[in-house]
Design a protein around this ligand. Structure first.
Ligand SMILES: Nc1ncnc2c1ncn2[C@@H]1O[C@H](COP(=O)(O)OP(=O)(O)OP(=O)(O)O)[C@@H](O)[C@H]1O
Ligand SMILES: [Mg+2]
Length: 336
């Protein structure tokens, strides 16, 4: 067992049961987060990124269920099987925020409208630092807000979330997540709503958390540009499956899945000039209630053969840390 692994998600499946219909939101998803490393989970809207992150903290929406798999947390002396703990119990509450912090896509899911921003950050600090005094916690809250680029933080700290702009709420939530120096930071599209300068500041803070505190970062994004800048490891998701994963070099330099390749072809690469060919991926993602019978990417894939229409390919090991779910990956690699 690699000592650097702090979280291991193994064969995790989560389904939603709505209107007598079942949606297999994520299927046999596996990935690991390592101390001092950033794992980027990338994929189009609806592929299961947020569901994967919510499962780790046992914050899954109603009507959903963990069907199978393991979520193993190695941050304590004894490993903890998170999929088995009581989702309303003390153990997960201690872990949430203190040891595994999450930055959500929507800041209002993390901020409580009836308390001031400063009160909420202080409470988080006090809950996870038994020796801290109240005024110390408030002072630290101001520092954190200020470090997140919130002007007049000493006054703003007494305001309520609705008095903050969208971007400021996002920053307040990130300050809260960073406040306890978590061992794992789960960040779900943390900067989508922010301008590029603030985005850069936030990524720098996350990088510091990784370098200075040896934290593991799990960063969810649909932006391949972010992946190239921040990732050590990458998991590419499509329709609930991890279709390719490996180190950032393996996945970006030698993409083995046609979907990864298509994702890379659909982003402009800096320095390649104005005449580069940018190709959108043809077709659209299937309806999760009406899935293709075989490989989920088959209807959009240029490499597809008869076999691809029969069953979803198993995860196959290529080399190093590189894995793929594709019958045709050898052809794809040949085309590089
Ligand atoms: N609260 C919910 N109720 C029912 N189905 C849901 C719910 N949340 C997610 N799903 C379904 O689970 C699947 C995965 O959704 P998820 O939110 O994880 O996607 P995502 O990759 O985070 O997308 P995005 O990039 O748009 O945030 C989708 O098919 C979605 O419709
Ligand atoms: Mg999401």
């Amino acid at each position: 067992m690699n000592q650097d692994i702090i979280l291991e998600v193994k064969d995790l499946s989560v389904s939603f049961y709505t209107d007598n219909r079942k949606n297999n939101a994520i299927r046999n998803v596996s990935f690991v987060a390592q101390r001092g490393k950033t794992l980027c989970i990338v994929g189009e809207s609806g592929c299961g990124k947020s569901v994967s992150a919510s499962a780790i903290l046992r914050l899954l929406p109603e009507l959903s269920r963990i069907e199978n798999g393991e979520i193993k947390y190695y941050g304590r002396e004894e490993p903890i099987n998170i999929e088995k703990v009581d989702p309303d119990g003390d153990l997960i509450r201690e872990i949430r925020g203190g040891e595994i912090a999450m930055i959500f896509q929507d800041p209002m899911t993390a901020l409580n409208p009836v308390y001031t921003v400063g009160y909420q950050i202080s409470e988080m600090l006090l809950e996870h630092n038994k020796d801290m005094k109240k005024d110390e916690a408030m002072k630290k809250s101001v520092e954190l807000l200020s470090a997140m680029g919130i002007p007049q933080a000493d006054q703003r700290v007494n305001e309520y979330p609705h008095q903050f702009s969208g971007g400021m709420r996002q920053r307040a939530m990130i300050a809260m997540a960073m406040s306890c120096n978590p061992k794992i930071l789960l960040a779900d599209e943390p900067t989508t709503a922010l301008d590029v300068t603030v985005q850069a500041q936030i990524f720098e803070l996350m990088d510091n958390l990784k370098k200075d505190y040896d934290a593991a970062i799990v960063l969810i994004t649909h932006d391949m540009g972010v992946v190239t800048e921040l990732a050590d490891n990458v998991s590419v998701m499509y329709m609930g499956y991890v279709v390719e994963d490996g180190t950032v070099d393996e996945v970006l330099r030698t993409p083995a899945h046609p979907y990864t390749k298509a994702l890379l072809a659909s982003i402009p690469i800096l320095g390649r000039g104005r005449n580069q060919k940018i190709e959108p991926i043809r077709g659209s993602t299937p309806d999760p209630f009406n899935r293709p019978p075989g490989c989920q990417f088959e209807p959009r894939c240029d490499y597809a053969t008869e076999k691809c229409r029969e069953a979803m390919p198993e995860r196959e090991f290529i080399s190093g840390e590189h894995n793929v779910r594709c019958y045709c990956y050898k052809e794809v690699l040949k085309d590089e």
